[in-house]
Ligand binder design. Structure first.
Ligand SMILES: [Zn+2]
Ligand SMILES: [Zn+2]
Length: 767
């Protein structure tokens, strides 16, 4: 048998070994660059039982994608053995993500009688670092950053005993032979201290409002006491992060529930082995400082993912006499990549952290913390990184090797290999040199790790994206340009392995259209090879390019002029900006100078937030939309009296797409606002209108095109109200509705769509 899937570094071989022995079979299991090979010999009934066990009793981290089987003559083998890795052949193996410490290892590290008591690097075949420490496949200790630690006799005994939980656990380690923590204060390494002594000192620093940097599972993290406003404010100042929410770490789900509302589904994600940051609704009177997530009722919470974090929280509980809540944010400056090396940390984070907790296990691949949200009881990824990357999406669209370089913001890249799409971890916004370097570093490492040699590169249509520029510079690769929203829909299709054509609702902030205008409120009839733009939001003028994104009031002026012909007198429309700036922008709009038409739904959210006086300028993209959603959620908590406003759908003038015209809604909103209707209710009615409009358009498309599957993609569908409302309304109309679970709905998921489209183009060219 040849087994493909995530079968290396996840306890697959020992499990097969035990399974084969249980059924009295002879043969072997062998890790190879081409997958895991298994030979079994014995009575037919025992082999059948073995096969049934393989499919139904798999260990937690194993993902079997495919099993090839052939029958060969018996050789009289009675013993079952694990053979040495075979390093020859065309190397390809899927690599598991980094996963949190398992219950059994946690118990070891909490047990004063265990030789791993308080040991921060305790792990086994079911848990611990993987992607971040693997240099190459086949996955053996020599191919990881653990190679430099020689196992002690006790560890080796565990490693070689098939009955042991640590049998062939490549990062196996203990306090005698494994990595160690060390503490650096004011540039001085403190005399040898135990992990507990170090974290006791750290507890003291944190109590005094200090900021500590430590090396986590796959990157440095910065921490301070989340209940001390001064400490949180200082971290914001030093990290140059004005309002973007910080994540918080607490000891367990019980403590999380004292700070935030935690549903059963949210609790399940919090304690899952991926251990992402989960966005939760803060409880009234929570002790978290306001500055943790200003003007935002949601807070990102995560639980400890390594024995070190667990030991830290145990120590804090002892020293502080209460449950701690720590800010736990990426060790970086502003939007730069997360720091992984000790020297790099001290250099780059010198102005931020007072104290450093390093360790001497190298992180090979930097992976940030993941961020998720639960909608309709299911996990929705906002940032796909630690715990998820590099988990594959099985495309099954031929074995062409392509590279997709993603978009500009929230960039990820994606390689395809042996029928799998391999989306990278979150890389960031490709606007600074460091992120660009991170992109190139990740591309090189993934190509080497997965032994991929792409023959084509898929990129966005936008010539200004740095990802596009990189793609265009690559020699000898076929270039495939993919429209942004087409890629969004294809990524949703690929996740669900949909064929044929679907209704694609692609709503986001910005993407270049085939007509050189900015799209973002699109209704596409789409397959992998092509799409038709059935309808769009009625375009408005966006004054002043990028400034229009940071200052929602600009697009609000545009919507006002479009809907009313002039801007009404009164608050908040006179207070959006200084009279001088308002006059300049109004003139730009009236004369159509330095403006660009956009059908962006993201900009509509911005405009509405400003129109009702919620927010006129933002410190990060999507902030206005977040506040609008939060206001609407607030209202809907108390009441459901939020009927939709009116909208129009224009008739068809081929080849122009139909237009979804929200001018009637804008006029009604202005009236509501003038009549002192609450911002929260207007926000709720706005969301109801969007849901009604999406549903009406999809019904129209089904009527004309006969399509009844809807894919919802684009950053706007990270808005829980919009996503949940649309899914429920569309299902109510009898549609099959698909949204994202494997990759983010935002631009972080686009590289998967680009890759799927490129594979399909290559496959159709060949046939
Ligand atoms: Zn474990
Ligand atoms: Zn040891």
């Amino acid at each position: 048998m040849r087994v493909l899937g995530i079968v290396q570094g996840v306890g697959f071989r020992p499990w097969i070994y035990n399974l084969a022995r249980r059924h009295g079979l002879g043969g072997f299991v062998l890790n190879s660059p081409r997958g895991v090979f298994i030979e079994v010999e014995g009575p037919r009934s025992a082999i059948d039982a073995f096969l049934a066990g393989m499919l139904h009793e798999t260990p937690p981290l194993v993902r079997i994608a495919d099993i090839e089987r052939v029958e060969i003559p018996a050789t009289g083998e009675t013993a079952f053995v694990i053979r040495e890795s075979d390093a020859k052949g065309s190397a390809f193996a899927l690599v598991p993500p980094d996963i949190c410490v398992c219950e059994a290892c946690l118990a070891d590290s909490r047990d004063a009688a265990n030789r791993r008591f308080d040991y921060p690097f305790t792990n086994c075949t079911n848990c611990g670092p993987r992607y971040s420490i693997i240099l190459d496949v086949p996955y053996d200790r020599s191919m990881t950053t653990m190679a430099e630690f020689a196992m002690c006799a006790d560890c080796r005994r565990e490693y070689e005993d098939p009955a042991n939980r640590r049998f062939h656990a490549q990062p196996n380690a203990c306090p005698i032979c494994g990595p160690r923590l060390f503490l650096k204060v004011s540039g001085e390494v403190q005399a040898p201290l135990s992990a507990r002594e170090i974290l006791t000192r750290v507890a003291g620093f944190l109590a005094e409002g200090g900021i500590v940097a430590w090396k986590g599972l796959a990157g440095y993290q910065l921490a301070c006491d989340a209940t001390q406003p001064a400490a949180v404010g200082e971290l914001r100042r030093r990290k140059r992060r004005s309002e973007k929410p910080f994540a918080v770490m607490v000891a367990d789900a019980g403590v999380a529930a004292t700070l935030c509302d935690v549903s059963a589904a949210e609790r399940a994600v919090l304690v899952s082995r991926e251990r992402p940051i989960v966005l939760l609704r803060r409880r009234p009177g929570s002790p978290l400082a306001e500055a943790v997530s200003p003007v935002n009722p949601a807070t990102g919470v995560m639980l400890p993912c390594t024995p070190m974090h667990d030991l830290l929280f145990r120590t804090l509980r002892e020293r502080w006499g209460r449950e701690a809540a720590l800010i736990m944010t990426s060790g970086n400056i502003s939007e730069e990549p997360i720091v992984i090396e000790n020297a790099e940390a001290e250099e780059r984070l010198a102005g931020i952290a007072d104290v450093f907790v390093h360790h001497n296990r190298r992180i090979h691949t930097r992976v940030d913390d993941s961020v998720v949200r639960v909608v309709l009881g299911e996990t929705m990824l906002l940032r796909r990184a630690r715990g998820y990357a590099p988990q594959p999406v099985f495309l099954g669209r031929g074995d062409a090797e392509v590279l997709a370089v993603g978009a500009q913001q929230k960039n990820t890249l994606c390689l395809t290999r042996a029928g799998f799409a391999l989306p990278s971890q979150h890389l960031g916004d490709l606007e600074n040199f460091e992120t660009l370097r991170f992109f190139e570093e990740t591309l090189e490492r993934m190509k080497r790790l997965f032994h991929a040699q792409p023959i084509a590169v898929a990129h966005d249509l936008h010539p200004g994206y740095l990802s596009t520029q990189l793609a265009l510079k690559m020699e000898g690769l076929r270039r495939i340009a993919v429209q942004h929203h087409h890629a969004h829909i294809a990524s949703c299709m690929a996740e669900h392995r949909l064929e044929g054509r679907v209704i694609g609702v692609a709503w986001d902030g910005t993407g270049l259209g085939t007509d050189q205008t900015i799209w973002g409120g699109e209704f596409l009839a789409a397959g992998y090879l092509s799409f038709d733009r059935f309808a769009r939001l009625r375009p408005v003028l966006l004054p002043g390019g990028d400034a229009g994104v940071r200052e929602p009031w600009r697009v609000a002026r545009s919507y006002l002029l479009d809907a009313l012909g002039s801007v009404p007198a009164g608050a908040p429309w006179e207070q959006m900006a200084s009279p001088e700036r308002l006059r300049i922008v109004d003139t730009m709009l009236q004369r159509r100078v330095n403006t660009i038409p956009t059908s962006s739904a993201g900009r509509l959210f911005d405009a509405v937030a400003s129109l009702i006086g919620l927010r006129h300028s933002v410190s990060f993209e999507g902030q206005a939309a977040m506040m609008l959603e939060a206001a609407a959620q607030e209202f809907l908590h108390a009441s459901h009296d939020a009927p939709s406003y009116e909208f129009l759908l224009t008739a068809r003038h081929p080849p122009e797409p139909r237009e979804l015209d929200f001018r009637p809604m804008i006029r009604q909103m202005i009236e509501d606002h003038a009549a002192r209707e609450s911002q929260a209710r207007v926000a709720a009615r706005f969301h109801a209108t969007l849901v009604a409009a999406i549903t009406a358009l999809c019904v129209k498309m089904r009527g004309e095109l006969g399509l009844d599957r809807v894919c919802l993609s684009g950053g706007c569908f990270q808005n829980a109200l919009l996503l949940q409302g649309s899914v429920e309304a569309l299902r109510g109309e009898g549609f099959q509705v698909f949204s994202h679970h494997e990759v983010p709905a935002n631009d972080g998921g686009i590289s998967l769509g680009q890759a799927a489209i490129a594979c399909e183009i290559l496959a159709s060219d060949r046939s």
